[in-house]
Ligand binder design. Structure first.
Ligand code: 5GP
Length: 133
């Protein structure tokens, strides 16, 4: 897929608006690098999104542009959120959708944390509310 299929960062995207406090969220965690909040349409008993505090479109954009301290801070926040949600022992799944084929709908990089039930080992689709996907 060419980069031209990914739109430029749009500062009016819903997660940018949540970051700026223009839209509400059910906050789980916040630090200098990341904000974590419950997904509005959960696909598992626990479904939390972690987003970086910066204008990154996707995981690829984040990987290419984020300074090292942001990368470390962001991924430490993902781990901390999962741990603080009590998911470390039973386990959880993290997902980052990139671009159209990845099913990305919001073009501000985010990591999904799914927990609270057993996930199917099949990884071709997102978890759904009523099956073990
Ligand atoms: P994507 O498909 O881009 O990886 O996932 C976007 C996620 O954002 C979806 O799971 C969707 O339910 C969630 N979402 C979309 N709009 C909102 C919103 O306004 N608030 C919250 N908390 N989640 C949202």
């Amino acid at each position: 897929m060419s980069d031209s299929m990914i739109p430029a960062y749009d500062r009016t995207n819903v997660f940018a608006r949540i970051l700026r406090g223009e839209l509400p969220c059910k906050k789980v965690y916040e630090d200098d690098f990341a904000l974590a909040f419950h997904d509005i349409a959960p696909l598992a008993p626990i479904h939390v999104l972690v987003i970086p505090k910066g204008d990154y479109i996707s995981q690829a954009d984040f990987g290419a542009k984020a300074p090292p301290e942001m990368m470390v801070g962001f991924w430490r926040a993902v781990s901390k959120v999962a741990r603080d949600l009590g998911l470390d022992t039973e386990g959880y799944r993290i997902v980052a959708n990139h671009g159209p084929n990845g099913g990305q709908l919001v073009f501000h990089f985010h990591v999904h944390i799914f927990g609270g039930r057993t996930m199917s080992h099949a990884m071709g689709s997102m978890p759904s509310p009523d099956n073990a996907g």
